[in-house]
Design a protein around this ligand. Structure first.
Ligand SMILES: Cc1cc2nc3c(=O)[nH]c(=O)nc-3n(C[C@H](O)[C@H](O)[C@H](O)COP(=O)(O)OP(=O)(O)OC[C@H]3O[C@@H](n4cnc5c(N)ncnc54)[C@H](O)[C@@H]3O)c2cc1C
Ligand code: SF4
Ligand code: SF4
Length: 461
């Protein structure tokens, strides 16, 4: 192995995604995941632990350049896969559709498939618990709106439906899995599932107990400040928020018209379309974790089964929500095919190219964009990716878009710190209005100055 690394090396190099795997493996009683000032979860602990360089850490941090990559796990876990594509990984079958049974679809962010598969594993007696992300009671007291939890009944699993674009970490559920014998499934974004697989390589107990992984496709991770920005723009106090819904589902509106909804402690509900928020264009990269700039797995290539939204027509206009599903393991494929036959799932088989098209923007950012970003100078640990650095094949316009997205992701986090410090939302909101106007002119109008002015005028209204 090359250089040994410590948690501090990853954090100070801007490569920590906040999964909590290092904390879960720590013997130090004061190591824990804590909020940083930008609203991300990061490992903290006594200096001896935080700065300790070790082979175990170097092999199990998902962003460590010495950790096994997604191709290694695909070959190891899915050697019998019928198909393989460089973009979407190894798989048996891929599908588009939704759950037909009960109200899984209406309760889910997309077609309800993630919750259905987790519930089905439990109903079939294949697992004793599911680690997934749920809303917390008393969020103001607990200092967070969402966290990982192990659900042990079908009802609990179903309570957790919906996507949370919010920092979460796995140290506590990993401790529970270590302490309480049983068979578990873990639901997670691609880098978290990679962390689970790295842990399973190192540790027999995790290998025996974590029997299934359910992956979510992922665009990027946002900081906790996104919720505060919702509150600022909807004119309600952050301290009154009791419940956050990132994608309120309205079957009468297109699925890709995201609507953010906040429930306040007096029971009042406020909501706004993302498109009408200064920072609501997902593609602009507001509040992105810096590590996401160096990620090359869009579709959870190391998970037994992976799920996303079908972002192509006619599905994106269907407000009830539609999944794309990639069954990578034979068991997941059999479980899904049987449920289709029995009428529980309304899924149609599609080819890998179709799945790739549903995530076209994500693949541009994580292939072409990543290749370009890898040519930029970077301090600290250098990430090792499957994408070859390349600044020669992109047009000038594409380069400007990637530069602007990187600028927005970095500066939205920093300016928000400033706006909070001076208790002045206007500082951040002015930044976001201007940055979005420039981003839109580049991304949608080829960088025309007149369009930039027009967009800026529209955003001011
Ligand atoms: C940060 C993030 C980025 C995403 N980016 C994309 C994208 O670019 N393209 C795309 O097609 N899809 C993306 N998704 C996935 C998408 O939002 C849906 O989660 C997915 O389509 C499944 O919908 P569903 O209706 O089947 O799931 P549901 O039935 O709603 O169930 C969702 C399950 O996931 C769990 N969960 C929610 N949030 C998290 C989290 N942060 N970490 C771990 N588990 C969680 C819930 O507890 C629940 O069990 C993203 C999800 C997240 C969390
Ligand atoms: S990415 Fe995960 S394992 Fe690596 S330093 Fe951050 S919290 Fe620890
Ligand atoms: S973009 Fe990659 S690194 Fe960022 S949260 Fe998603 S899977 Fe993790």
């Amino acid at each position: 192995m090359s250089e040994l690394l410590s948690p501090k090396d990853m954090v100070s190099s801007g490569l920590c995604i906040g999964c909590g795997a290092c904390v879960a493996q720590s013997c130090s009683s004061n190591a824990s995941m804590q909020w940083d000032k930008q609203g991300f979860l990061k490992p903290r602990g006594d200096t001896a632990w935080y700065r300790q360089k070790s082979a175990t850490f170097t092999q199990t941090c998902p962003f460590s350049p010495a950790a096994k990559n997604e191709d290694f796990f695909a070959a190891e876990l899915f050697s019998d896969a019928r198909q393989r594509m460089a973009t979407i990984g190894s798989f048996q079958k891929a599908y588009v559709g939704h759950v037909a049974e009960e109200d899984f679809r209406m309760q889910g962010s997309s077609g309800g498939m993630v919750t259905w598969v987790a519930a089905e594993l439990m109903r079939k007696g294949l697992i004793d618990g599911v680690a997934h992300v749920v809303g917390v009671d008393n969020p103001q007291e607990k200092g967070r709106y969402f966290q990982y939890r192990i659900s042990r009944t079908e009802a609990q699993v179903r309570e957790g439906a919906k996507s949370r674009y919010y920092p979460i970490e796995m140290s506590q559920i990993l401790n529970t899995i270590r302490e309480v014998p049983g068979r578990y499934a873990v639901i997670g974004i691609p880098c978290f599932i990679k962390a689970i697989n790295l842990l399973r390589q190192e540790n027999t107990l995790f290998r025996e107990r974590i029997q299934y992984t359910l992956g979510l496709f992922c665009g990027h991770m946002k900081s906790a400040r996104f919720v505060e920005s919702f509150a600022w723009q909807m004119g309600v106090p952050v301290s009154d928020i009791q419940k956050v819904e990132y994608r309120y589902k309205d079957p009468n509106r297109p699925a890709n018209w995201y609507n953010a909804m906040l429930t306040l402690d007096d029971g009042r509900v406020v909501n706004r379309d993302w498109w009408h928020l200064n920072d609501g264009d997902w593609g602009a990269g507001y509040f992105m974790n810096n590590a996401c700039n160096y990620c090359d797995d869009v579709v959870a290539e190391t998970a037994d089964v992976a799920f996303g939204d079908a972002w192509v027509e006619p599905y994106s206009s269907d407000g009830r929500g539609t999944n794309v599903v990639i069954a990578r393991s034979a068991l997941m494929q059999q479980l899904i095919d049987k449920a289709i036959e029995e009428g529980h799932l309304n899924l149609t088989e599609v080819d890998g190219k179709f799945v790739e098209q549903t995530q076209a923007a994500g693949f541009r950012q994580r292939r072409e964009g990543l290749a370009y970003r890898l040519t930029w100078p970077k301090n600290g640990i250098q990430p090792r990716k499957r994408v070859v650095p390349d600044a020669t094949t992109l047009t000038k316009q594409r380069k400007r878009i990637y530069q602007m997205r990187y600028f927005i992701s970095t500066w939205s986090n920093r300016i928000f710190v400033l706006a909070r410090k001076f208790n002045s939302p206007q500082i951040y909101l002015w930044f976001a209005r201007t940055a979005t106007a420039v981003y839109h002119s580049l991304a949608y109008h080829g960088g025309k100055w007149s369009e930039m002015k027009k967009r800026f005028g529209e955003l001011k209204r």
